[in-house]
Design a protein around this ligand. Sequence first.
Ligand code: C2E
Ligand code: CA
Ligand code: CA
Ligand code: CA
Length: 280
Amino acid sequence: VKEQGKNSFQFYTPDMNEIVSKKMQLEIGLRKALKRDEFIIHYQPQVDVNSGDLIGVEALIRWQHPEWGTISPADFIPLAEETGLIIPIGEWVLYEACLQNKYWQNKGFLPVRIAVNISSRQFQQSNLVEMVSKTLKTTGLDAKYLELELELTESIIQDSKHAISTMHQLKEMGIHLSIDDFGTGYSSLSYLKTFPIDTLKIDQAFTTNIFTDLKDASLVDTIINMAHNLDLKVIAEGVETLEQLQFLQQRQCNEAQGYFFSRPISAEEMSTVFKEQFLA
Ligand code: C2E
Ligand code: CA
Ligand code: CA
Ligand code: CA
């Protein structure tokens, strides 16, 4: 992480506040956040829709700024990507999440996968595989308990040879791979058969509209069928109601995640969830 100059405090004087844009202040804060230990991770359960078993936990970062309060990742991850700060931040998340999962396993909880978001910029780093491998080694987590949620962007698809090679190396280590936010953004169906992935994650925009938009319902149906034909599992995010869950169960969706089961919660709160059964 690049250090700020000695007089960076000047940006916080009232006069300068008017001049320096909000974005610049955010960037200055972001550069210091790792060293100041301001990030925390919340965890959200991923559940098997048939058995109700907890099968995974997604790690979601939050920024707790001493003055600005809690900042949602939607408000700083894009800037972190733009500035390259996502590289050290992403490394920190992976390390913390793997360590936490190992800690839960050491406590005797049922082993689950920890799912970590990898932004496209991070995925395209030439040392990604090495970094992940090192992290597993230092934390002692078995690779089969790690899942990487990949974001597919145009630049990844355009360099698909490199992407495929990276994915294969991660797969060979025993790591699970999923495609995040499926159905939004840059979507190309052809890569699905060439990319060595395990799971498609249906974006919550579709889950939300299952009962309000017939086209979204039919898209969800189609994505699930297509995924199964390609031997991929499907997880739906943003499940908030029993009706949505039942729709997904009927369509043979494999896994679900959302407020219906649990909001993202702290590591301590997660400890009680390990003892829970999600479906009667
Ligand atoms: P995402 O990966 O698509 O994560 C799902 C988002 O939906 C999370 O928002 C989660 O809290 C929220 N969510 C979960 N269940 C429900 C539900 O039932 N209803 C509704 N309305 N929302 C639900 P969050 O935590 O604010 O994260 C936003 C985005 O920030 C994530 O979207 C992800 O793209 C990014 N992000 C979060 N943590 C990381 C990280 O460690 N690394 C990277 N690269 N990106 C991250
Ligand atoms: Ca995700
Ligand atoms: Ca999403
Ligand atoms: Ca995402």
